[in-house]
Ligand binder design. Structure first.
Ligand code: UDP
Length: 239
């Protein structure tokens, strides 16, 4: 893989904390990202915000959905700034591009600028999701992966891949090594929202879902090892 888009959920950055950022996890993730780019890989990130706020949880606080989603999108900006700071501490140059204008803090997303940044060997950090309420950062990740012409969308999660059911509540759930987009969508597997899956399916954007909480797994995925679940554009046989 020459150019990848990595979706990092807020859950990963939360590590062992109740909410917010876990210093150990943040440091480790930044180190893994530095190692990934050291071999010349062009790396773009889409950062989630669930470790701070999700729009749906605002309703319990009396916050309407649109305001809640805006708070959620701003949470992703906070995470993106934290990752950039840690990357720079690790000697990696990075740029944060936001889907909503926040002058004086981050630059506004623009596709051509994004491509130039990647070509210059800097890490790109996309924040503020798609810029619209009622979407998630998964959809933003699928969209940005297509926009930058990524070779794959990597989704770093808390689980080892895609399961037939939630493996926490269903220990007997089956883990898939690989799936076609049709299977992912037909089975409504709860790994990413349907709009994100539909964008990847339409664009033929391969996806790998893997456990980012386990140290070193990102490097294994990038080296082509079969870890996690691969979702490909073709109907693949299950040897
Ligand atoms: N969000 C949004 N539009 C987007 C992306 C995100 O409104 O395009 C809001 C939404 O409220 C979401 C929150 O930002 O709950 C945080 O994003 P997400 O839940 O995807 O983060 P993750 O689960 O990856 O940490």
């Amino acid at each position: 893989m020459r150019r990848v888009l990595l979706k990092l959920s807020g859950e990963i950055l939360r590590g062992r904390q109740e909410a917010g950022l876990d210093p150990d996890m943040l440091g480790r993730v930044a180190g893994e990202l530095r190692d990934a780019t050291a071999k010349g890989l062009q790396l773009a990130l889409v950062v989630g915000g669930g470790n701070f706020f999700r729009g749906v949880s605002g309703e319990a606080l009396g916050i309407d959905r649109i305001s809640g989603d805006q708070i959620g999108m701003l949470s992703t900006v906070a995470n993106g700034l934290a990752i950039r700071a840690l990357l720079e501490r690790n000697g990696v140059s990075a740029e944060v591009l936001s889907a909503i204008p926040i002058p004086g803090v981050v630059e506004l997303f623009e596709a051509r600028r994004a491509l130039n940044t990647l070509s210059a060997g800097r890490v790109l950090i996309f924040v503020a999701g798609t810029g619209n309420p009622y979407f998630t950062t998964d959809t933003a990740a699928a969209l940005r992966a297509v926009q930058i012409g990524a070779d794959a969308l990597l989704k770093g999660t808390k689980v080892d891949g895609i399961y037939s059911e939630d493996p926490v509540s269903h220990p007997e759930a089956e883990r898939f090594d690989r799936l076609s987009f049709d299977e992912l969508i037909e089975r409504q597997l709860q790994v990413m929202d349907l709009s994100a899956a539909a964008i990847c399916a339409k664009a033929g954007m391969p996806m790998v879902v893997f456990n980012m909480q386990r140290a070193g797994t990102l490097a294994r995925v990038l080296s082509g090892e079969k870890v996690g679940t691969y979702v490909g554009p073709l109907q693949l046989s299950k040897e």
